[in-house]
Each structure stands twice: as structure tokens, then as C-alpha cells.
Design a protein around this ligand. Sequence first.
Ligand code: HEM
Length: 208
Amino acid sequence: MLYNVALAWAIATAIVCVEGMNEEALLDALRVLTRIGFWWFVGAWVARPLHDLARNRVTTWMLANRRYLGLSFAAFHLMHYPIMGTIAALRGAGSWWDEYGDFVRPNGGPIMLAITIMAATSWNGAQRVLGKTLWSLIHTLGAYAVWSLFFAVYLSRIDDGVGQPYTYVYLATLVLAMTLRLAMAVRRELRVLMAGTDAPTSTRSSDP
Ligand code: HEM
């Protein structure tokens, strides 16, 4: 986890050193870090259904390290804070808000907060304090919100005619990941129904 924080900062610093301390360099850094973080998020998101579908050493590792995958996503994605903060300092708070307020108010801000809360509560003690139900609710809804915003951002780029080849790859990955999750959740419920018994807690569809 700390390794990923250091790596994210190193990448951002390297980009700013090469391009100079200006808004475009900071946005470049943000884009690169968000694109890397995306894959950590997908890894955490599909760990359970992938393991259910094709149990092997890789999926076993992914499942056992879901927290690490999620925190690695947070390490990269939460770089939005210092980068956006620096841009706000460079252009002034009012101008920053004029530029980004429409995105921050309804979507970006609340979902950044959700990611922050998920990262802050990703240790066993937090799960004990919050209780399993509330903890699962926060992490499940939060992950779906992150998925939705990733999807909305990349879809809007295609709608706006600024989609690049990688945009399609990211969108397809999101669709595949969601399909896998839903399909495996349905399969689990069907199995429970057919067996006429409850599935073990760790394999219920509410598992984040
Ligand atoms: C305070 C809230 C946020 C602000 C101000 C913000 C701002 C930005 C900005 C300025 C960019 C660069 C846009 C460009 O390409 O010119 C960006 C990239 C991006 N952000 Fe955020 N963002 C916020 C939260 C989020 C959240 C919560 C998500 C998703 C969970 C997200 C997902 C993305 C994605 C997918 C990109 C594009 C990366 C790419 O180029 O592939 N952002 N963000």
C-alpha cells in the first residue's frame, strides 16, 4: 500500500519535472494516475466473482488481497486531492470552482468522499466498530458508485467525440466486470435456491 502511495507520487513528480509545474502537466499526471488506479479497482471489483468462476492460484491471491487491491486503487485515485489542490492554488479557488464545480458538486465530490471513507475503513477494527452490515453497505455502494462514475466519464468522452482507443478498452472492461459480477451473483442465488439452504456468508451477493 505504502509502496503504491510512493509510486503514485513518484509518477506525478516525474511528469511535473519533465513538463514543468503547470496545469497541463498536472492534468497529464492526473490522467496517468487515474488510468493506472482503474486497473487496481477492477482487480478488487472482480476478485470474488472471478474466483467463483475460475478458481486458481491467481484468483485465490486476488481474493485474499482484495483489501490491498482496493487500497492501491485509493493510493492512485486519491492523488486527485493534491493535484486538484495544486491546480486550485495555481489558478485561484474561484476559477477552479468555475471550471470543475459542475462535476464536483453532483458526482466527483461525493464519490471522492466515498473512496476516502472506504480507504479509511478498510481495516479490521473499522469493520468491528461499524458492524458487518453497515461496513458492507458502505463498501458495496461505494464500489458501485466508483464503477458508475468511471463508466460515465469514459462514455461521455465517446459521446463528446474525444474517445481514444483506450477509452473503448476501459469501457469494455467495465461492462465485462459488471456482467461477471451480476452473472456470478445470480448463479450463487440460484444455487442457494436449488439447494434449499443458505449459502455461506462469504459467498453471498452482498459481499462487496
Ligand atoms: C473532486 C472530484 C474530482 C475532480 C475535481 C476531478 C477532476 C478531474 C480532472 C480535471 C481530470 C482530467 C480531465 C482531463 O482529461 O482533462 C480527471 C480525470 C479523471 N477522473 Fe476525476 N475528478 C474528481 C473525481 C473523480 C472520481 C470520484 C472519479 C471516479 C471514480 C474520477 C474519474 C476520473 C477519470 C476516469 C478520469 C480520466 C482519466 C483518463 O484520462 O483516462 N474523478 N478528473
